[in-house]
Ligand binder design. Structure first.
Ligand code: ATP
Length: 239
């Protein structure tokens, strides 16, 4: 598999706080990769640096072989990379339908947009039922579904997902992860997922990185990571 995304030695800060300290990672075309790490490890900062929300102090980000370091976020979306932020950030006063259309704002292929709208309603039928409702009235889980669907409406090649399980029940988390895997398998969308829920992430993903204090401390295929004692003890809560 060829590399869709590559970070080389990336460092990003918030003023004096160095949130990530020399992160290098790769996401291969067609795979689900995950970055595991506890609260504050720097996971969100990695995604914000990739999608251009934060400019790194050092290092480079390459997407499909093009250097996109510190490029404008809208231009990065246009290239086929979308970000589902932590906390969803749906437009609360717009209808579900209009939120979905906002996801497709860079596209001009009306038929393709209509087809993709049907596809996301297939993944999340509740969104069709609620299409005319204000997005702010949806439950947390439904807003997560909408955020993922809105990102899909841009027809991305790479989707960044920030903690899709945050605040959701185990049942809903399982449902969301099943759809994420289907999106990857059926549409071929490459996915980079950051999660505190190591169990779900290691089940869904092919390859994983472990982030501690802004540094990658371990990486391997997920089936191998699951067998490592440190992962079992610190991330999977097993002894
Ligand atoms: P979480 O799961 O809690 O979001 P995370 O692994 O995504 O954690 P980040 O949000 O990337 O971690 O934060 C990394 C570090 O940067 C933390 O020490 C955090 O306190 C700090 N940080 C994050 N956002 C800001 C900000 N806007 N201003 C200052 N410091 C920040």
């Amino acid at each position: 598999m060829t590399d869709m995304l590559q970070l080389l030695n990336v460092e990003s800060s918030y003023g004096p706080i160095r949130a990530i300290r020399g992160v290098s990672l790769k996401v291969r075309q067609g795979e689900i990769a995950t970055v595991l790490g506890s609260n504050g490890a720097g996971k969100t900062t990695i995604l914000k640096t990739i999608s251009g929300i934060i400019d790194p102090l050092k290092g480079s980000v390459e997407f499909k072989g093009t250097n996109i370091t510190a490029k404008d976020p809208a231009a990065i979306v246009q290239m086929g990379l979308t970000h589902v932020p932590e906390g969803r950030e749906v437009f609360p006063l717009l209808s579900v339908h209009d939120n979905l259309l906002m996801g497709a704002y860079t596209r001009h292929d009306k038929d393709g947009v209509a087809r993709d709208m049907e596809t996301v309603f297939g993944y999340f039928p509740i969104l069709r039922e609620r299409a005319a409702q204000e997005a702010g009235l949806l439950s947390g889980g439904q807003q997560q579904m909408l955020a993922i669907s809105r990102a899909l409406m841009a027809a991305p090649e790479l989707m960044l997902l920030d903690e899709p399980s945050l605040g959701l029940s185990p049942k809903l988390t399982k449902e969301i992860f099943e759809i994420v895997v289907r999106i990857n398998r059926e549409r071929g969308t490459t996915i980079l997922l950051v999660e505190q829920n190591a169990n779900m992430a290691l089940n869904a993903a092919d390859y994983g990185y472990v982030l501690e204090n802004g540094r990658i401390v371990m990486e391997d295929a997920c089936d191998k990571l699951r067998e490592k004692d440190d992962i079992k003890e610190f991330y999977l809560g097993m002894k």
